[in-house]
Design a protein around this ligand. Structure first.
Ligand code: SAH
Length: 442
């Protein structure tokens, strides 16, 4: 691994971000049945109709997977859907402060666990690379703290289009990128601050080693199975062709039990549930890695603690979109069930949260950071944008309450290992995980 090259103190000033549209993906619950103006026959719809005609109705999970990540026609594969011109906006695209505070979180965990001589920063679903860019800027600004630490960046991304945008944002192509579409590491380069960076399609291809993992608005795009309680027991929701209209899809219930039913808890009291086995597989992999080599994972997303029912919905052009209309042209998402993530981590690592975004960011010092940026900026439009961004991230009626933070940490971290004891404290300061505790910065 290459040593971190420090290019001096990064900009303390506020940077212009996109104008903030009023809708974000965590905003609504919906059955996905909002009226659609028309139902264009997209290439994806044609593909799904052939598929259903030849092999029968498909699960909602299979539908989501095809629509979002099919290598030829998937929604995520060939477009930039983020920001003002796209379909939805995310916290890192709204305010630079978001990524800066997450950067501080990782440094805080690195320090609390003994300042290892090297670590990997691994992001799942990095979008435009804005978040990791903000985090790396903090790493550069805090170069004196991180000196002599070999850092490398590893991005897990299925989208060809977004990986190109990430590469441009993060490397500015100062050094030519190495590309190899057939390899598990399909792109490699060096960031503008001199850090080695690599791209993968799957987490299991990322080298194992002391790592900090980040997943922001990633788990909500993973495919969910949906189940409805009926007098005959749980029945899985499938997608079939509408017998009345040949180019239209509709939801149907399976006539009998299906294998995915094993994911439903025996004591389940809701009458409709969504389960995401892919999320479970990823959490298990993260947990095993963290238990084995140390580090931490920070997951931020909209979601619930095993209480919500039908949250599957679509977004197109900052509006809710019927999930079955014009597939491939709109984002599909479902709220993350944090109680399931916690269950999948249990026994391997400790988990913290979910806690609300406004609490996490407050604990991380968002008010202080906002004040510093406001004090440094004389530009009224930038000041206004900072304040609007703060409101969007923190207001409980906006993203403040709908988004949650959840962390996976080695058990020793919370039990107070060698590096977790304060000389004056006999008890481990287990609760002092930044962001999850008000005491974090006292
Ligand atoms: N984290 C970013 C982007 C969120 S959108 C932000 O908050 O701004 C979801 C991201 O996950 C996109 O980058 C998308 O291409 C990626 N993605 C979707 N499904 C994926 C999968 N199965 N594996 C890896 N990346 C995926």
């Amino acid at each position: 691994m290459t040593a971190l090259v420090r290019s001096g103190v990064g900009p303390l000033c506020a940077m212009a971000r996109a104008a903030i549209p009023s809708i974000w993906r965590g905003k609504y619950f919906s059955s996905g049945n909002e009226p659609a103006e028309n139902n264009p026959v997209t290439p994806m719809l044609r593909h799904l109709i052939y598929k259903i005609k030849s092999t029968g109705p498909i699960t909602v999970a299979e539908y989501m997977k095809e629509v979002l990540t099919n290598p030829a026609k998937g929604y995520y594969v060939y477009r930039d859907m983020l920001g003002e011109q796209g379909d939805f906006i995310t916290s890192p695209e709204i305010s630079q402060i978001f990524g800066e505070l997450l950067g501080i979180w990782f440094i805080s965990e690195w320090m609390a666990t003994g300042k290892s001589t090297a670590f990997q920063l691994v992001e799942l679903g990095p979008g435009r690379g804005t978040l990791v860019g903000d985090i790396l800027r903090v790493f550069t600004q805090l170069g004196s703290v991180l000196k002599n630490c070999d850092i490398s960046v590893h991005l897990v991304e299925v989208s060809q289009k977004l990986s190109e945008i990430q590469a441009l944002t993060l490397t500015e192509e100062k050094v030519p990128l190495e590309r190899n579409a057939g390899s598990p590491v399909y792109m490699k380069g060096v960031t503008k601050s001199g850090i080695p960076i690599s791209w993968y399609r799957h987490l299991h291809d990322v080298p194992k080693g002391y790592s900090f993992y980040l997943a922001h608005e990633f788990f909500d795009v993973l495919p969910v199975h949906k189940f409805q309680k009926t007098p005959q027991g749980w029945r899985e929701v499938f997608i079939d062709i509408d017998p009345q209209v040949s180019d239209k899809l509709r939801f149907v219930l399976a006539p009998s039990a299906t294998p995915a039913e094993v994911f439903i808890q025996h004591d389940e009291t809701r009458d409709h549930v969504e389960v995401c086995p892919d999320a479970g597989v990823i959490i298990e992999e993260l947990s095993q890695r963290i238990a084995l080599t140390g580090g931490a994972a920070l997951v931020a997303d909209y979601g619930h603690d095993g209480t919500k029912t039908d949250t599957f919905r679509g977004f197109c052009g900052h509006k809710l979109h019927d999930v079955l209309i014009a597939p491939g042209t709109a984002d599909l998402t479902a709220d993350v069930d944090f109680s399931y993530l916690r269950r999948m981590a249990q026994g391997k690592v400790a988990s913290l949260g979910p806690i609300k975004q406004h609490t996490f960011l407050k604990n991380m010092g968002i008010d202080v950071r906002l004040k510093v940026l406001l004090d440094k900026s004389n530009e009224p439009s930038v000041r206004q944008q900072l304040l609007q961004g703060y409101d969007m991230l923190m207001n409980p009626k906006k993203m403040g309450e709908r988004f949650n933070f959840f962390a996976l940490l080695p058990h020793e971290r919370l039990q107070g290992g060698r590096h977790q004891r304060n000389a004056r404290q006999s008890k481990p300061f287990a609760s002092l995980v930044a962001g999850f505790s008000e005491l974090a910065w006292q």
